[in-house]
Design a protein. Structure first.
Length: 146
């Protein structure tokens, strides 16, 4: 049985909503899933034992890319997560009126690729993810199939 880890940082609940959907859809596809909030994630060997790792983070700030508060310490220690060769996917929520719309998704993806991880796909949701449920489901099914 395939195994997946979902690590997310959410301040308003929007990114958590997508993480919850990911857990449901991956589980329904027969994947063993563990979901953890970035606030309680430890970087050391975080990716060990998982076939797929999904990272979710909202973006704040207009002058620069600001990751969700709970995700920052994990991101700062990303070199320790042991992502080399792992299949990963990155999702996030944001506001398209900001200069760096969902910039956290780009920052996390770039760092994962630089570490040798395979980024299968990314997803950026503008505002309320509940209004984009079908897009999220389609993305998650694509990620699950990989």
């Amino acid at each position: 049985m395939a195994s997946a880890l979902i690590v997310y940082g959410s301040s308003t609940g929007n990114t958590e909503y997508i993480a919850d959907m990911a857990e449901q859809i991956l589980s329904a596809a027969g994947t063993s899933v563990k979901k953890i909030n970035a606030a309680s994630a430890k970087a050391d060997s975080l990716c060990d034992g998982y076939d797929l790792i999904l990272f979710g983070c909202s973006t704040w700030g207009d002058d620069s890319i600001e990751l969700q508060d709970d995700f920052i310490p994990l991101f700062d220690d990303f070199e320790k997560i042991n992502a080399k060769g792992k299949k990963t996917a990155v999702f996030g929520t944001g506001d398209s009126s900001y200069t760096y719309f969902c910039g956290a998704v780009d920052a996390i993806s770039e760092k994962l690729e630089a570490m040798g991880a395979q980024v299968i796909d990314t997803l950026k949701i503008d505002g309320d993810p509940q209004s984009e449920k079908s897009e999220i489901e389609s993305w998650l099914k694509k990620v699950a199939a990989a």
